[in-house]
Write a protein that binds this ligand. Sequence first.
Ligand code: FMN
Length: 266
Amino acid sequence: MNDKTRYIILRQREIMKGYTSADVNAEDTDQMQELPPPQMFSKPKCREIISLPLDFRDCVSERGIADLLAERKSLHDFSPVALTMKELSFLLWATQGMRSFAGKEVKVSYRNVPSAGSRHPLETYMFIDKVIGLKSGLYHYLPMGHMLQLLEEGDDYREELAKALCDQEFALEAAVVFVWSAVPYRTEWRYGLKAAKYIMIDAGAVLENLYLAGEAVGCGTCALGAYDQELLDELLGFMPGPSAEPGYEFSLLAAAVGKRRKRPQP
Ligand SMILES: Cc1cc2nc3c(=O)[nH]c(=O)nc-3n(C[C@H](O)[C@H](O)[C@H](O)COP(=O)(O)O)c2cc1C
């Protein structure tokens, strides 16, 4: 390891500690400066909005949490069987679904995943290939109202997505490739230097809910941390960074989800 790499690694450890030991004022936040809070949701960008069904309980396995945990493992070999809308709806409900919305000056949404200060800095995008009733394309989840918006129709993205996912071709066989973006200012406004740590922990909670919810509807998941930042951001239409814009967002984590192949009967 050369000196530059070692230096960066030592700085990254400080990020994991929330800079509590660094020679900076970790308490200097925009909320403390009484700056206005950022928008907590991305606004719908297109007219094609699809409501997701909330009556998905009948497609969710009754197996208990111990079984789902014991069976969870990363899947690299997806069946070509499509997901139903109810199953996709359940996955989105489990990973970002909203329970309530409160607050006067500072709006807070409570969801099915925890988030530091309930700041919920993540947005969910999906490259959908095999979901019954949905055209192939790039979609964005709108937690308020539990809806999808179609951002781009068609599967022209496939070649670019394979490149952006560092040629992990198996992921393109999945029914859906999820990409979570971070809108970091939502969390930075309140937590300043601790925000980076919290946003990454938030992403871990979302990922694990996807793994477990997937198991409950006969799907397997594979996290995709190996991706090309610039290519994936470009494919999702994010402005190139770095940027101090409050709405600036970038890809943070991806995951492929699809049906498990049926095991041959002995
Ligand atoms: C943050 C994170 C990033 C990951 N990125 C990838 C990836 O890019 N490609 C891949 O095949 N697996 C990826 N994985 C899956 C791990 O390789 C997998 O969880 C690990 O091998 C343990 O296997 P298990 O999930 O079946 O227990 C990732 C997992 C995590 C938590």
